[in-house]
Design a protein around this ligand. Structure first.
Ligand code: HDE
Length: 767
């Protein structure tokens, strides 16, 4: 106490307020000294990454990790200081003239703390504000030097660090993850020849064909300016007004209204470079290229009712999913593929390869795998890394070049421009997450927040005083592909850009009936929210050009007649593409089985605890994530099981599948018609509305359910049918007799690996 009093001469009430606890580390906290950026100049200790030894196998091998170590700060065992490194005795009480008197203006400790806090926020990204990111590596499958001189693709097994940020587009920074939207898929490769950013999306086409329209598109989709509504949603008049007047949007709308816009996980969606790019080899030969990321976990989506509920149950659903998978060592992985084609081939295509509203069907040009990407480390600090990372469509490396796609050309300008205001000046490339691993040498100088201390008196070229350094790199450097150009300056587009419907129809007819129904339901939802009938009608008139059944389905949902088709913008005939099965989400089931999928075991008093433990262990063995869900957390009366999550905090939408284990016969008086038969220690599951709603929603969202013995009573009480609408058995409803739980679990796992039984769906739902 004497010591404490000496340390706190101005406030002797301190120990009474906080007790010894204020000075004792919590159990498990370490106090070993480690390096600290703020005190680096006075400390000679070198301490490895704070995450060392926490099960991250690549730490230490990844040069990005090493470069970030330089700036990582660990406060353990350190004393509090100001930003000037002055030790602070007390930063919980301001400096007052007497304990009840006014605060002294000289309190620089208070002023520094508050001033820094006042400036903690930076502007959010004007689009893609909401995102989550991870570190990892890219590994080339081979020596791809015949097609590109890009160094990251030069040898089999060559690894390049990456930082990847996934995002939604329309919502603000704090908006929900599961809204209907395009997802950003931005990859920064820290190659040994500089940073390459492949700033893509999870949908391979875009809403517009020319950068000139981007501000209009975004103004239309963002919350309406007079009342700031709706948040993170396209279902409002201004978006659909713009859409109905911009037929070039039609192909993108087909994707946007499909389940692609509500992915189950960032780990379960494709990524696309969208534009046509160029690859260039060391001899200067060039080939056009489209980039594709294909997830190992397959392409899987939520269903709309579930996505909407999830926005409330867990707005961080995708962020949490990515974080937890990486922490669990289940590292998300994608394969990078390219579609390569020559200018001569491109000239024969029935679409223009510079038009970002068109795909190159995989049946026309196959996707060749060239490497894989693994995300194996979560960021240490959300702001420092995920928020401050700056991707830029202009960041290419020797071997990768642009095409003349007018949307891409506009992007080359926009990213750096917006980042100058978002990140406060021109030096944001010095923020550690943005700094290349390749060295930076040029004569750019000064500006806000400059970190580098450039030496010498020369900051110009040509120079003799610095021996001409830094030298021009000549052919070792980036050389633009010398594409011959000769034309008049015009504002306009090629005629083929005006074929707005052929590929929308290709997408539509390549979808399975379930996917088509979801697209119709998507349009119905969005246009029902639209208040202006003329906008609905105009939109329907556009859909007639895609497909009659689509237009009729949407019109029916809106209680409208199908209007005559919107006039076409070109006299060119529509191209009749054969269906492309690769465009169905179901064409990529994935190779990770039930790994990382979440399974709820619904438990209540009387549950067969041995069976629960066996199933739990079997699911863990397969890499699934089982949890015990019940009415209240804590010890389940009469068992040695701990309920981990309650129905209230872990509702149905958070789980990929659910199991209702068997229960003791003494607890079997569970029929809904047995009032007063309450068993000790809680409500029987089949009279607990939360449990009934839980299994009903599992059913409605097409998820697998397993019930063993008495557990089946819950499904009966919830009115869950065991057959599909066509009378066939529902493969996702597994009901087992007592004692047959183990065999049934295998059937359940097979259903879970398929994620969902869509064949169960009816419109409207029957459960
Ligand atoms: Fe972006 N886009 N964009 N975009 N974009 C931005 O840059 C822009 C487009 C994409 O996780 C902004 O730093 C224009 C297509 C992603 O940080 C901004 C045009 C594709 C991200 C910008 C497009 C994208 C952005 C906002 C039309 C897919 C998030 C903040 C000409 C190929 C990156 C920022 C991250 C972010 C401009 C169209 C992908 C304003 C002008 C097409 C994934 O610069």
């Amino acid at each position: 106490d004497e010591q404490l009093a000496a340390a706190m001469p101005f406030n002797d009430t301190k120990p009474l307020e906080y007790g010894d606890a204020a000075f004792t580390p919590h159990a498990g906290e370490t106090r070993t000294p480690s390096s600290n950026f703020a005190t680096a100049s006075t400390s000679t200790e070198t301490v490895a990454s704070p995450k060392d030894g926490e099960g991250h196998p690549n730490i230490g091998n990844n040069p990005l990790d090493g470069s970030l170590d330089r700036v990582r700060v660990d406060d353990s065992g350190r004393e509090l200081t100001t930003n000037q490194g002055v030790k602070v005795a007390d930063n919980q009480d301001s400096l007052k003239i007497g304990l009840r008197g006014p605060t002294a203006m000289e309190d620089f400790i208070l002023r520094e703390k508050i001033t820094h806090f006042d400036h903690e926020r930076i502007p959010e990204r004007v689009v893609h504000a909401r995102g989550s990111a991870a570190q990892g590596y890219f590994e080339s499958y081979g020596d791809h030097s015949p097609i590109t001189r890009a160094s990251l693709l030069a040898a089999a097994g060559k690894r390049t660090p990456v930082f990847v940020r996934f995002s939604t587009v329309a919502g603000e920074r704090g908006s929900a993850d599961t809204v209907r939207d395009v997802r950003g898929f931005a990859v920064k490769f820290y190659t040994d020849e500089g940073n390459w950013d492949l700033v893509g999306n999870n949908i391979p086409v875009f809403f517009i064909q020319d950068a000139m329209k981007f501000p209009d598109l975004i103004h239309a989709v963002k919350p309406e300016p007079h009342n700031g509504m709706p948040q993170a949603a396209s279902a409002h008049d201004t978006f659909w007004d713009f859409a109905s007047l911009s037929p070039e949007i039609t192909h993108m709308l087909m994707w946007h209204l499909s389940d692609r816009a509500i992915p189950r996980s960032y780990r379960m969606m494709q990524g696309f470079g969208v534009h046509t790019f160029r690859l260039v080899n060391a001899q200067g030969a060039s080939v056009f290229c489209k980039f594709h990321w294909t997830p190992m976990a397959g392409t899987h989506s939520l269903v709309w009712d579930e996505a909407a509920r999830l926005a409330g149950a867990d707005p961080d659903f995708h962020r949490r999913d990515l974080w937890e998978a990486i922490e669990a060592g289940q590292f998300p992985e994608w394969e990078l593929g390219v579609q390569l084609f020559s200018a001569e081939q491109a000239a024969q295509f029935p679409f223009d390869i510079l038009d970002p509203t068109k795909i190159v069907p995989e049946e026309m040009v196959p996707v060749q795998p060239i490497g894989r990407m693994v995300l194996d480390r979560n960021p240490d600090n959300f702001f420092a890394e995920t928020e401050q990372v700056a991707f830029c469509a202009a960041h290419v490396v020797p071997g990768v070049d642009f095409s003349d796609d007018p949307l891409l050309q506009g992007r080359i300008h926009s990213y750096i421009d917006t980042q100058i205001s978002r990140l406060g000046g021109a030096n944001f490339h010095e923020i550690p997450i943005n700094t290349p691993l390749a060295q930076i040498h040029n004569n750019q100088r000064d500006g806000m927040h400059r970190q580098s201390v450039n030496r010498g008196r020369v900051s110009y070229e040509p120079n003799s005083l610095a021996g001409g350094c830094p030298f021009q790199a000549g052919t070792k450097g980036f050389v633009s592909f010398p594409e011959p150009q000769q034309a008049s300056k015009v504002r306009g587009k090629p005629e083929l850009f005006a074929d707005h419907y052929s590929q929308a129809r290709l997408f539509w007819k390549s979808q399975t009936p379930v996917e088509q129904n979801h697209i119709i339901a998507g349009f119905r939802f969005e246009l029902t929210r639209v208040q202006t009938p003329a906008i609905r009608r105009r939109m329907l008139a556009g859909l007639v050009n895609v497909d009659q059944r689509l237009a009729a389905g949407v019109a029916d949902g809106l209680g409208m007649e199908v209007p005559p088709p919107l006039p076409l913008s070109t006299s060119l005939p529509m191209h009749d593409y054969p269906p492309s099965p690769a465009l169905s989400l179901f064409s990529r089931p994935g190779a990770t089985g039930i790994r990382t999928l979440k399974v709820a075991l619904l438990v209540a008093p009387g549950v067969d605890a041995a069976q629960v433990r066996d199933m739990y262990a079997a699911l863990l063995d397969c890499g699934a994530v089982p949890r015990l869900v019940g009415e209240r957390i804590g010890r389940l009366p009469g068992t040695d099981l701990d309920v981990e999550i309650s129905f209230e905090t872990g509702p149905s939408v958070l789980w990929d599948g659910a199991i209702v284990p068997d229960r003791d016969d003494a607890y079997a008086g569970l029929a809904a018609d047995a009032p007063g038969s309450d068993t000790p220690g809680g409500t029987p599951l089949n009279r607990d509305v939360a449990a009934l709603e839980f299994v009903r929603l599992q059913y409605r969202h097409d998820k697998p359910l397993l019930a063993v013995g008495n557990g089946a009573q819950l499904l009966h009480a919830a009115g869950i049918p065991q057959v599909l609408p066509d009378g066939e058995p529902d493969p996702g409803i597994v009901i087992a007799e007592r004692g047959e739980g183990a065999a049934a679990l295998v059937r359940f796992e097979a259903a879970l690996a398929h994620h969902r039984t869509y064949a169960r769906e009816t419109d409207p739902p029957i459960v």
